[in-house]
Design a binder for this molecule. Structure first.
Ligand SMILES: [Zn+2]
Length: 329
């Protein structure tokens, strides 16, 4: 019985000395911590490419600030900024008098950044010719050239460009003006044809009368001229001057256009004989309508590929253009 009690007493003594020890350890701990925290503080040491660049208390804030910098895209077509290397952070104890220098760290990290720009290149064929800042501008240029039926429209394209160089931007209007090419004079929609020499005279079997009978000037004759063969006769007259049918016939083609022949009429006179009236301002007839010789069918204008008010008159037999001056004027 006594033996047991003595053992219990021993255990208490043991516990008491253990508690005393734990207490001492805690007190010593608090003391050391107090002394340390009096002279030292816990902070992040920051290195860039292994080189120490400073201290920061707030690693998360610093990282966020750097990320924001890299993703900035609000000025001068900057898409993003690439930084050569990201800083490394390690927790450490430093003497209290050591200052943190967030500003300096940020400046050093971002100072070595490379800006990547985003803009649009306008190409003709494979050659990048102009640069614009926005996609809207690029599309406006393409739309405008398409509307104007620029003859090079199939070669014009745009693409988004990423690069470290920011090109000088061209004004939209200037790009349109510089790229625009007058539409090629192509015969639109009323059949293929061949060209007879200016002296070829086929007996038509009908008599034609002048579609513009007064107040006109012949400005370009049938046959070869600079830039190709002229397939008709140009009869200049003031805009609005009446054009009459050269002979009885049926209207086979009426086209309103801003390119090539412009507003244009074709009349079939039978036996493969046709007359064509181009660059008109107003058209008075429609397809299928029969017309009589001398009937007003249109007025003189300068629509399509034309530089002044005139009637471009063609005479064709079975798809071959003939020199109108072998029959008229
Ligand atoms: Zn002409």
């Amino acid at each position: 019985m006594f033996k047991i009690l003595r053992n219990i007493k021993n255990i208490f003594v043991h516990i008491r000395s253990s508690l005393k020890f734990i207490f001492l350890v805690i007190v010593a701990g608090i003391l050391i911590t107090s002394i340390l925290s009096y002279f030292y503080k816990l902070t992040y040491s920051v290195t860039l490419d292994g080189e120490f660049i400073g201290y920061t208390n707030n690693k998360a804030q610093m990282q966020e600030k750097i990320n924001e910098f890299m993703e900035q895209n609000d000025s001068q077509n900057i898409a993003f900024i690439e930084i050569d290397s990201l800083p490394k952070y390690s927790l450490c104890l430093v003497k209290k008098e050591n200052q943190t220098n967030d500003e300096e760290i940020f400046a050093k990290v971002t100072g070595l950044g490379t800006a990547y720009y985003e803009y649009y290149a306008i190409s003709e064929g494979t050659e990048k010719k102009y640069y614009v800042a926005t996609k809207d501008q690029a599309e406006e240029i393409i739309t405008e050239l398409t509307n104007k039926k620029s003859s090079n429209i199939n070669k014009i394209s745009y693409e988004k460009v990423f690069g470290t160089d920011l090109q000088e931007f061209s004004p939209t209007e200037a790009v349109i003006t510089n790229l625009y090419e007058k539409p090629i004079k192509t015969y639109s929609g009323s059949g293929s044809y061949t060209i007879a020499s200016s002296t070829t005279k086929i007996d038509l079997g009908i008599t034609l009368i002048k579609p513009v009978s007064s107040g006109y000037t012949i400005t370009s004759r049938y046959g070869s001229r600079s830039g190709g063969t002229h397939t008709g006769l140009d009869i200049a007259a003031p805009t609005g001057t009446t054009i009459t049918a050269a002979a009885d016939g049926t209207v086979t083609y009426v086209n309103y256009s801003n390119v090539s022949y412009g507003n244009c009429i074709k009349i079939s006179h039978g036996n493969g004989i046709e007359t064509l009236y181009a660059h008109c301002s107003e058209l008075y007839v429609s397809v299928g309508e029969t017309v009589t010789q001398g009937q007003a069918i249109a007025t003189v204008g300068s629509t399509g590929n034309s530089t002044g008010s005139h009637l471009h008159l063609e005479i064709r037999v079975n798809g071959t253009t003939l020199n109108p001056q072998n029959y008229l004027y």
